[in-house]
Design a protein around this ligand. Structure first.
Ligand SMILES: NC(=O)c1ccc[n+]([C@@H]2O[C@H](COP(=O)([O-])OP(=O)(O)OC[C@H]3O[C@@H](n4cnc5c(N)ncnc54)[C@H](OP(=O)(O)O)[C@@H]3O)[C@@H](O)[C@H]2O)c1
Length: 260
């Protein structure tokens, strides 16, 4: 039996990705820290879509290899790995909590690299597999007031596309889902619910982002930006000087609902 393993499946985009994959007939392994939410989702998906759904509660920022060991020890064949877990932190860099900032790198980048590394070895032996990493529209531009977060997402895009090229003749695909600002608990965790970047009419739903993510599985494309408005914005931004992009994002992210 082949499984799609999704990290960050207890909430937001990861939860919706789990629904998309289950709906299309895939069996799942759900990973996040909150066991109660994973169990609830497992029951929902099994009832609604009649798929086999397993879950593994784990802090992957602390011990990503535990996820791989769980799958190997139980003989679970992971054919699709979705590295989706991540968080952000909003505010001036020097006002941030250094442990939260460094923990973000542990989760958004180090855990993603570690999981990719371990599961890829098995995929290479089988000569097939797909790794879908959740980047962001933040992957393309610097982001003042969320400087570390944007940098972690630039890492995801760069790492994933380089790896995709290395693996081009192996039967293994690597893709990057780039969500736009999306309504999910992400912004509450980041403390950025009031920013103009999030509070605008173009904000997407987690279901929108997950559909774009599932389409990547189907198309095997390198990356996809969720939402036509953000495809256009990023398309334009990529032709502008990076300093100008940084200034614009800095302006938007310093502009809050309260100050408007
Ligand atoms: N929302 C947006 O505007 C947006 C835009 C672009 C990109 N993204 C990216 O999309 C991804 C999903 O975000 P979201 O919007 O769905 O946010 P979310 O609702 O806050 O979901 C984050 C997920 O990550 C899990 N997680 C957090 N820390 C973890 C850890 N140490 N170990 C294991 N799992 C952990 C959380 O579960 P537990 O708390 O149960 O562990 C949760 O399931 C992230 O990579 C985010 O950077 C989001």
């Amino acid at each position: 039996m082949k499984y799609v393993l999704i990290t960050g499946a207890s909430s937001g985009i990861g939860k919706e990705l789990a629904k998309q994959f289950a709906k299309k007939g895939h069996d799942l392994i759900l990973v996040a820290r909150r066991e109660d939410l994973l169990k609830e989702l497992k029951e929902e998906l099994e009832t609604e879509y009649h798929r086999s759904v397993l879950y593994y509660p784990c802090d992957i920022a602390k011990d990503p290899k535990a996820v791989y060991d769980f799958c190997r020890d139980n003989g679970l064949d992971v054919s699709v790995l979705v590295n989706n877990a991540g968080y952000g932190d909003y505010g001036p860099f020097t006002d941030g909590d250094i442990d939260k900032l460094l923990g973000m790198i542990d989760l958004n980048d180090k855990a993603l690299v570690a999981l990719t590394y371990h599961f890829l070895k098995d995929m290479k032996e089988k000569g097939s597999g797909h790794i879908i990493n959740t980047g962001s529209v933040a992957s393309f531009i610097p982001g003042p007031y969320m400087a570390v977060y944007y940098a972690t997402k630039a890492f995801v895009l760069s790492f994933s596309l380089a790896l995709r090229e290395e693996l081009k003749d192996t039967g293994i695909h690597v893709s990057v889902l780039c969500p736009a600002p999306t309504k999910s608990p992400f912004w509450e965790v980041a403390g950025g619910e009031t920013t103009a970047v999030y509070n605008n009419i173009f904000a997407r739903t987690a279901k929108n982002a997950a559909k774009t993510g599932y389409d990547l599985y189907d198309s095997k494309k390198a990356y996809a930006i969720d939402g036509p408005a953000y495809k256009l914005i990023i398309g334009i931004a990529r032709h502008l000087p990076l300093e100008l992009c940084a200034r614009t994002i800095g302006y938007l992210q310093s502009k809050t609902k309260k100050s408007r």
